[in-house]
Ligand binder design. Structure first.
Ligand SMILES: C[S@@+](CC[C@H](N)C(=O)[O-])C[C@H]1O[C@@H](n2cnc3c(N)ncnc32)[C@H](O)[C@@H]1O
Length: 204
């Protein structure tokens, strides 16, 4: 991502950080919502302990949920304000989640160092999602997987499941792609009228 675009995104997300966790699906403060995400991720991650890298981890809500399940987690985000809130949550949890500042489109990690790349609501906003997916594949071990949560929201933003699958098939053709619709209100704190889903991309 260009330095100008990174700075623009950083400023945008820094401004969102203070209220970010107030949304039910962001902070997962409601026990039913938190439990639904816990079960969803448990169903699509390998057995613990796996090495999970969360890209665009924001306030580290999912990173912590996954760490609580016994995985080794590291996360990267470009917004110091989002990360600051994430770091405070990590410190309070006592869990060994590592957070770093960086570009999810070009993650600062060694090839083959992750069993899972986890990413929620970030792929759609990257300027070159296809190249990002190729780099994410490079982070994975041979039998690693991507677990991506995306949507095509009523605001017009986002990626349809068809578009995400097309990107994956073009840029990481060695992985099989499976879509899990996330239609249940429990994930979002209320009814939704748009398309939300999880995609697992893993070796056949
Ligand atoms: C919608 S929030 C999602 C946060 C987190 N994944 C979650 O599900 O709660 C988008 C996050 O992606 C981060 N982000 C956006 N573009 C990024 C990039 N190129 N590199 C790293 N982080 C990025 C933002 O700073 C923000 O924290």
């Amino acid at each position: 991502m260009s330095a100008h675009r990174l700075a623009e995104q950083r400023a945008l997300w820094d401004a969102e950080a203070a209220a970010y966790d107030d949304e039910p699906d962001h902070g997962l403060r409601d026990p039913a919502t938190r439990e639904a995400w816990r079960q969803l991720l448990a169903a699509h991650l390998p057995a613990a302990p796996a090495r999970v890298t969360e890209l665009g981890c924001g306030t580290a809500t999912l990173s912590l949920l996954v760490a609580e399940a016994g995985h080794h987690v590291r996360g990267v985000d470009l917004s110091p304000q989002m990360l600051g809130r994430g770091l405070a949550k990590v410190a309070a949890s006592g869990l060994p989640v590592e957070l770093a500042e960086g570009d999810a489109g070009d993650p600062p990690y060694a090839a083959g160092s992750a069993d899972v790349v986890l990413c929620r609501h970030v792929l759609w906003a990257l300027p070159d999602p296809g190249t990002a997916l190729e780099r994410w594949r490079g982070l994975l071990t041979e039998d690693g997987r991507m677990v991506l949560v995306e949507g095509h929201w009523h605001t017009g933003g986002g990626l349809t499941a068809d578009a995400t699958c097309a990107l994956l098939r073009e840029h990481v053709p060695d992985l099989d792609v499976r879509v899990v619709p996330l239609t249940d209100d429990v994930y979002w704190g209320g009814p939704i009228s748009d398309e939300r889903y999880l995609v697992v991309a893993a070796p056949a």
